[in-house]
Design a protein around this ligand. Structure first.
Ligand code: ATP
Ligand code: MG
Length: 589
């Protein structure tokens, strides 16, 4: 370490929101170079390369072949799939000196499809699996949490090509199994959840999430049946419709100063003639109507009204997943001014819908089935309607999965209840189908000599994100704590003696012997650094086995070293002559 390009820091970096980021900066693994861009120092680079190695080994073991594309790509292929536009602000676009459009690739479906089109023409060449490990670029709106969400990051992306759907199913399964093996090897706890395929298009899709509080994804899981889904892909169980016969009529009432759900509920419970005949009204009896602007990739903005039970908020991520590639923007006072029929705070289904007075598309939560009766806005300031029945008094344009999901909601798979937790998306596998092959006119001959369009799968692992996710899942109060497979070294040798003492020489000899035995060693031989600081740094850096060469070696009859397990803190004294064999055995576990 006396020559290692490393400075450990005592203080947390000011801009670090999560522990893994703080510790990786403090322990000298990474440095911030740009918003969402990091430089890798020697220790960090080793960890990244180790994660890459595991990913590569598992891809190779599955029989997938590694290729490598440029990151700087021409516009044309991305025009053919419309992603030049659809990717919106997330795409880094640039021009060359001749004025030609280029992009920094956010993902490479187009290029892989074109490469296969270039070289293959017969069904006999399939199935085919190709992958690369490469730097990707996305102009993320909110780069965050260090390596977890960068604007420049390392991804492993693979693509499968098959002639028929059964082949795609097999390829998808092979990838799924390879991912399970690789995340297990990385020592990264994960759950597999159903997912939306987002801007990629396609059908079957699952995400691998590392269950971590700091994650940006929310997923539901059911303890009874094993159902697990990203909230974006959660499908609300739809209640049975209620017969319309005999439901009381809708009546409009004055409800002054009740522009919020809370004030409305308080009002209808307080005014005797508005009270529920048997119980208190709750927010769940109200139909809340939220209006947003959908900004299309071409820049046009279209309003959308969402009707949902008033005890639930709109979940922005769920909404965004439904309306992608459009982005969701607030419906501002200006937008209200442009739609005078909307009475802010008192908007109701009377004004909403493509054929209603506002002309605004109106989608409701799937719970708003025919026969459900609601307290909702009467489209005049200061008034609401009680008993407005879906399917009798109003007919929305459709339904939308945009309401928040809560602990205890009904499991769509078994009817039991679901739990909510947060996670970091570390991998994503999905069946693309023929979208890209069709757009880029990839056809090959089938066994009857007729042209067919292959079907594709696309599979990603966030390699640099995994580094942070592993750090986050394994760290403790005193520092990083790497799983052996990806640790920057096997053993951290700490010299615990005065400068000039016999410990340094002994530690150097031991380190050389360990290296000769095939172990990677980090030797703290820094002069002028106290043993206390060395211990603290060893704990911070997080190599799984720490060896202390201290006073024990001066016992001539029985020289010993101390071997400490970084995770458990367990220490054992080991006789110096046995040290190499002991450590080789320890590191083999
Ligand atoms: P997210 O929902 O987190 O933005 P995504 O669904 O857009 O990710 P994919 O297109 O599925 O990401 O990319 C494959 C993998 O690349 C993801 O599973 C994730 O691990 C990783 N990844 C995506 N965006 C980033 C980023 N900005 N920084 C680091 N890793 C990323
Ligand atoms: Mg994804």
């Amino acid at each position: 370490m006396s020559t290692l390009f490393l400075r450990t820091l005592r203080d947390d970096p000011a801009d670090a929101e999560v522990a893994s980021h703080r510790l990786m900066v403090r322990a000298g693994y990474i440095r911030r170079a740009a918003p969402g861009g990091f430089s890798w120092l020697p220790l960090g680079w080793k960890v990244l390369r180790n994660v890459e190695r595991v990913v590569r080994e598992e891809m190779d073991r599955a029989g997938f072949q590694e290729v490598h594309f440029p990151a700087l790509l021409p516009r044309e292929p991305y025009d053919l799939t419309n992603r030049w536009t659809e990717y919106g602000d997330n795409l880094f676009r640039l021009k060359d000196r001749r004025g030609n459009d280029f992009l920094l690739a956010p993902t490479h479906e187009e290029m892989f499809t074109l490469l296969v089109k270039d070289l293959y023409s017969s069904y006999k060449d399939f199935p085919l699996h190709l992958y690369q490990i490469q730097t990707k670029f996305r102009d993320e709106a909110r780069p965050r949490a260090g390596l977890l969400r960068g604007r420049e990051f390392v991804m492993k992306d693979s693509y499968s090509f098959d002639i028929d759907d059964a082949g795609l199913d097999r390829s998808y399964q092979e990838h799924r199994e390879a991912y399970i093996r690789l995340f297990e090897r990385l020592g990264l706890p994960f759950v597999i959840v159903s997912a939306m395929s987002g801007a990629m298009g396609g059908s079957a899709s699952e995400e691998f999430l590392a269950p971590l509080e700091i994650g940006e994804d929310t997923f539901v899981s059911c303890g009874s049946c094993g159902y697990a889904a990203n909230v974006e892909a959660f499908v609300t169980p739809v209640p049975d419709p209620i017969p319309l016969d005999g439901l009381p009529p809708a009546v409009v009432h004055d409800t002054p100063n009740t522009p919020t759900i809370a004030t409305l509920v308080a009002h209808v419970n307080a005014v005797p003639e508005l009270r529920h005949p048997e119980r208190e009204w709750t927010a769940a009896d109200t139909l809340k109507n939220v209006i947003v602007l959908l900004r299309q990739p071409d820049g046009a903005a279209v309003p959308l009204a969402i009707g949902l039970p008033g005890d639930r908020d709109v979940d922005l991520k769920r909404l965004e997943a439904q309306v992608a590639p459009a982005e969701v923007e607030p419906f501002t006072d200006e937008s209200f001014a442009a739609h005078p029929v909307l009475a802010k705070g008192y908007i109701g289904p009377g004004a909403l819908g493509l054929t209603q007075s506002s002309g605004i598309r109106y989608l409701v939560d799937p719970r708003v089935v025919a026969g459900t009766s609601w307290i909702t806005g009467a489209d005049t300031s200061g008034s609401h309607v009680i008993g407005l029945v879906a399917g009798r008094d109003f007919t929305p344009d459709g339904t939308i999965e945009a309401a928040e999901i809560r602990d205890g909601d009904v499991c769509p798979s078994c009817g039991s209840t679901v739990e909510i937790a947060r996670g970091v998306e570390i991998g994503h596998i999905f069946q693309l189908g023929r979208k890209y092959a069709e757009a880029l006119e990839l056809t090959v001959q089938n066994d009857q000599g007729r042209p067919v369009t292959p079907t594709m799968g696309s599979y990603g692992v966030g390699v640099s994100r995994c580094v942070a996710a592993i750090a986050e899942s394994t760290l403790d109060d005193i520092g990083l704590c790497w799983p052996r497979e990806i640790s920057p070294a096997d053993v951290h040798v700490v010299v615990a003696g005065k400068d000039g003492g016999p410990q340094l020489g002994a530690a150097e000899t031991l380190s050389a012997d360990l290296e000769a035995a095939g172990l990677a060693v980090l030797l703290d031989d820094r002069a002028g650094v106290s043993p206390g600081v060395r211990f603290k740094d060893a704990e911070l850096i997080g190599i799984p086995t720490i060896v202390v060469v201290g006073r024990g070696i001066t016992d001539e009859s029985n020289p010993t070293i101390e071997v400490k397990d970084r995770r458990s803190g367990e220490r054992v004294d080991v006789a110096l002559p046995d040290a190499v064999a002991h450590l080789v055995a320890t590191c083999a576990h």
